[in-house]
Design a protein around this ligand. Structure first.
Ligand SMILES: Nc1ncnc2c1ncn2[C@@H]1O[C@H](COP(=O)(O)OP(=O)(O)OP(=O)(O)O)[C@@H](O)[C@H]1O
Ligand SMILES: [Mg+2]
Length: 305
C-alpha cells in the first residue's frame, strides 16, 4: 500500500519493524524489496547491520547504490536524486525507508533523535496467531497431498508458539518423519527431539556462546525465575548479589542484543524460548562463579563482572 501511495504522489511514512529473533524480519524486508521492484520503484536492496558494523557508512552505501540505479535513468528524474541528497522528509520525495531490528530498536532510535516518531511508523511483529500458524503448516502439506491430524497440529502449535523460525523447523522435520499422507501425533512426538536438537545447535547455541561466563550465569538466573520478564532487582535478589555488582554484565547482554527492556526496568530475552533452552543446558546454581580467563597463556579471557 505504501508503494501505491508513493506512486500516486501521496506521502507515505517510512517504517521500522521490531521483533524477537527469528520472527521473520529479514524475510519481510526481502519481501518488501521484491514488492517495491514489482511496483517499478528503484530499491537499494536489503543489507544486514551487525553490532560491529558502521551504520552511517552502510546507509551512505545504500543511498549511493540507489542513486546509481536512479541515474541509470529509470522511472524518476534528477529531482529525486537531489532530494535524496538533501533530506528525504523535508523535500517530500517519493522515498521510503524500511528498517527492522530487535525489540530495543524503537527506543534506541527515539533516544537518538527526539522527532523519530514523526519520521517513522513503528510496528512490532510477534509470533503468528494460532490460526495463521496452523495455516502456515497445513497449506503447504495439503499442496503435497498430506494432512495433519488435529492432535499433531495442536502439539506443534503449542511448542512453536507461532514463531516462524520454529514453525519452519517443525514443518521440515515432521514432514521427514511422516510416512503416509497423514502426519500423526506419533510423527510430531518423534520430531520433537530432532527439532530441539537442531534448534539447540543452529539457533540457540550461537547466541549463548556470545555471552561471557558471568553473563551466562546472569541469563541462567533470569531463566530460573521463569519465562515472563523480570526486574533487575528481582534477578539480583535471586543471585544473592547487589544490583550494582551486576550492572556490567547486564549492560554487556543488552549491548550484545541478547536481552532487552520490554518495559522500563524489566528484562527479557530477545530470543524466543531462550529461557527453556537455558534451563536445559545451564541450570542456575547460586554458588556458581564465572571462571577466570587465563590471559597469560594466550587464552582469551571469557569473564566479565
Ligand atoms: N513468511 C515466511 N514464510 C516462510 N518462512 C518464514 C517466513 N518468515 C519467517 N520464516 C522462517 O523463519 C526464519 C527466520 O526468519 P528471519 O530470518 O526473517 O527472522 P529475523 O526476524 O530476521 O531473525 P533475526 O532477528 O535472527 O535476524 C526463516 O529462515 C524462515 O525459516
Ligand atoms: Mg534477520
Amino acid at each position: 500500500m505504501a508503494f501505491q501511495r508513493l506512486g500516486t504522489g501521496q506521502y507515505a511514512r517510512s517504517f521500522i519493524l521490531d521483533g524477537l529473533r527469528g520472527v521473520g524480519k529479514t524475510v519481510l524486508l526481502n519481501e518488501a524489496d521484491v514488492m517495491a521492484r514489482k511496483h517499478g520503484w528503484i530499491s537499494s536492496g536489503v543489507v544486514e547491520c551487525n553490532e560491529d558494523d558502521d551504520l552511517p557508512l552502510l546507509m551512505a552505501r545504500l543511498c549511493h547504490r540507489a542513486l546509481r540505479r536512479l541515474s541509470a535513468g529509470r522511472r524518476v528524474g534528477g529531482g529525486v536524486a537531489r532530494a535524496l541528497m538533501h533530506g528525504i522528509s523535508q523535500q517530500n520525495a517519493p522515498v521510503l525507508l524500511i528498517g527492522a531490528g530487535l525489540p530495543q530498536l524503537p527506543l534506541m532510535l527515539k533516544n537518538a533523535k527526539p522527532y523519530t516518531e514523526r519520521l517513522f511508523d513503528f510496528r512490532t511483529i510477534g509470533g503468528l496467531p494460532r490460526s495463521t500458524a496452523a495455516t502456515a503448516l497445513a497449506v503447504p502439506a495439503e499442496r503435497q497431498g498430506a494432512r495433519f491430524t488435529r492432535s499433531a497440529l495442536e502439539l506443534i502449535l503449542d511448542r512453536t508458539q507461532g514463531y516462524p523460525h520454529f514453525l519452519q523447523q517443525w514443518g521440515k522435520t515432521v514432514w521427514r518423519e511422516a510416512e503416509g499422507s497423514e502426519i500423526t501425533l506419533g510423527n510430531a512426538r518423534a520430531a520433537e527431539e530432532l527439532v530441539n536438537d537442531e534448534l539447540d545447535r543452529r539457533f540457540f547455541r550461537d547466541r549463548y556462546e556470545k555471552a561471557t561466563g558471568a553473563e551466562r550465569i546472569y541469563m541462567a538466573a533470569m531463566a530460573d525465575l521463569g519465562d515472563e520478564s523480570h526486574s533487575s532487582a528481582e534477578i539480583a535478589a535471586h543471585m544473592g548479589a547487589a544490583q550494582k555488582d551486576l550492572s556490567v554484565r547486564r549492560a554487556g547482554l543488552i549491548d550484545k542484543g541478547l536481552i532487552y527492556n520490554p518495559v522500563a526496568s524489566e528484562l527479557d530475552f530477545t530470543v524466543p524460548q531462550f529461557g527453556s533452552y537455558l534451563r536445559r543446558i545451564h541450570r542456575f546454581d547460586p554458588s556458581e562463579r564465572p571462571k577466570r580467563g587465563r590471559r597469560r597463556s594466550g587464552v582469551r579471557a571469557s569473564t566479565g563482572i
